[in-house]
Design a protein around this ligand. Structure first.
Ligand SMILES: O=C(O)CCC(=O)C(=O)O
Ligand SMILES: [Fe+2]
Length: 496
């Protein structure tokens, strides 16, 4: 049995004097949300943080001190591990709330219009100026260089007229790029490309990784050829910045790469073949009627759609149901999850030496590009505590790109000891004293086919997602706009 831990003082747990609802809601203390910085009663902050999507980009500086609030407070509901870390029996003792509609939905899939937005897989490839020969080119704002700084005589500045056209563009939902191809590259010398729907707001814009698609003519098979891209920034229209200058060979192929982001956390870029990606889309397509919008115990709603293969995760109790109901976990997903964990473990420790990962659940999140019901789409910062054990989380991205943010948690927070892993004043002090490694948020853009594995020292990394980037999914992928995220996990929920 897992220890019964609770953020409430012991007096509140007395079974002889059960806490009355009204009393329970009187906050013993308030904690600031690490994301939006508003204060919430300690008993409800966990629920809030899980669904909070206020942009941390606004108002947060790199040097802001780490406080207890930068760690996700947790409650007894999410502590279902024993001191060895992974309690193989916990789920059998857990009273998982029954999703009354699930069996019915399994047997009687609703009509298409009742499903989320529409079906996930679409019969035609995504619209837009997508290239066939290569995936889109990524322009990362950190590569912004003033032309003057660059001192590059070869930089081709578009003529005044072309520039004026770009500057006059008022529509803040698109950015105009003027692209000048170098002599090496066949195709029109200069063209203007509209990149739809970039994230809004100055801060977001500065940080965003823009993705644009170029017509095929812009590609040369000869490696080392250079494409020069210019952007007129909307914020200061007079400024012309060179965004990117790179060898064409880099754009021609996206080679799989493995990058250790921090101990225990590895990004396997471009790792999945299109076949596998499409198969993942199709598999979720077949269960599209099972997606629902998770809610927290206090009624907060997540800003995504979710379903699961294998055992179901209950967002209210934050527990996995025994694997009697819901969809079977397909054998090929088991193989895929295992293989990806092995790939990751070639680069960093994601599970203890000698053991092996045996996933039994795939949680599937769908983040549509636009969804009136969800409003802002994303997943607030959190730690994956509900299936916490020695095994990693293998996270796979399919569809449009999305920002993934993460931060390390102080070493004390990695203790396998239930609730205090997150509410730990002394850990916060260590942070305050200047250990910025634990303090700063990092961001990556997860693209279709990327795999992120976090285990070992990073198993409890604090993380979340925001800002799906429309039009960035691979041209060959048949899927509606949005991003699918599969997390293969070892829940150890019993098979009854
Ligand atoms: O969508 C993602 O990349 C993250 C999903 C996630 O963190 C979760 O399901 O716990
Ligand atoms: Fe997570």
């Amino acid at each position: 049995m897992p220890p019964n831990r609770s953020p409430f003082p012991p007096s509140r747990q007395c079974v002889l004097h059960p806490v009355k609802k009204k009393q329970k809601q009187e906050p013993s203390r308030f904690l600031p949300c690490p994301v939006c910085h508003r204060s919430f009663p300690s008993y409800s902050i966990h629920d809030h943080v899980n669904v909070c999507l206020d942009s941390p980009a606004t108002g947060r500086t790199q040097s802001s001190p780490c406080t207890t609030s930068s760690l996700t407070p947790c409650n007894s509901e999410s502590a279902h591990l024993n001191s060895e870390g992974c309690d193989k029996n916990f789920s059998s003792t857990v009273d998982v709330e029954k999703d009354a509609n699930l069996d019915d939905r399994l047997e009687n899939p609703p009509a298409e219009q009742d499903c989320i937005n529409s079906l996930l897989a679409c019969s035609s490839p995504p619209e837009g100026p997508l290239i066939e020969k290569s995936s889109a080119i990524h322009l990362v704002d950190s590569s912004l260089h003033e032309i003057a700084d660059e001192g590059d005589g070869d930089a081709r500045i578009p003529d005044d007229e072309a520039l004026r056209d770009v500057q006059n563009t008022e529509d803040c939902r698109q950015t105009n790029y003027v692209v000048t191809a170098s002599d090496f590259v066949e195709g029109p010398k200069e063209t203007e490309i509209l990149v739809p729907e970039l994230p809004q707001g100055e801060e977001r814009e500065r940080e965003a990784q823009y993705t644009m698609a170029l017509p095929e003519e812009y590609f040369s098979d000869k490696p080392g050829h250079v494409l020069q891209i210019f952007q007129v920034q909307r914020q200061s229209q007079a400024k012309l910045s060179m965004l990117c200058k790179f060898p064409m060979s880099a754009a021609l192929e996206r080679k799989p790469t493995a990058t250790v982001l921090q101990p225990g956390m590895v990004l396997l870029r471009s790792w999945l073949s299109m076949d596998i990606q499409q198969r993942l889309v199709n598999e979720s397509q077949s269960a599209v009627h099972l997606f629902k919008r998770p809610t927290t115990a206090s009624g907060g709603k997540y800003h995504l759609w979710q379903m699961a293969f294998g055992c179901q995760w209950d967002s209210k109790t934050r527990r996995y149901a025994p694997q009697t109901r819901g969809l079977r976990f397909p054998a090929w997903m088991y193989d895929l999850g295992r293989e990806l964990a092995v790939n990751a473990s070639d680069h960093t420790h994601v599970y203890p030496p000698g053991s092996s990962f045996a996933p039994d659940v795939a949680l599937v999140n769908f983040y549509p590009v636009k969804d009136e019901e969800l409003g802002v789409v994303g997943l607030g910062g959190h730690q994956d505590l509900d299936d916490y054990c020695d095994m990693p989380v293998v996270s796979v991205s399919v569809g449009d790109s999305m920002t993934f943010f993460y931060r390390r948690v102080p070493p004390q927070s990695r203790r396998k000891s239930g609730v205090q892993i997150v509410v730990d004043e002394s850990a916060a002090k260590t942070c305050k004293d200047g250990d910025t490694a634990y303090n700063s948020e990092k961001r990556i853009i997860l693209e279709s086919g990327d795999v992120l594995v976090f285990g070992g020292e990073s198993r409890l990394v604090y993380h979340g997602t925001r800002a799906v980037q429309p039009g960035t999914r691979p041209p060959g992928l048949h899927m509606v706009p949005g991003r699918l995220n599969f997390t293969f996990r070892q829940s150890n929920a019993p098979r009854l």
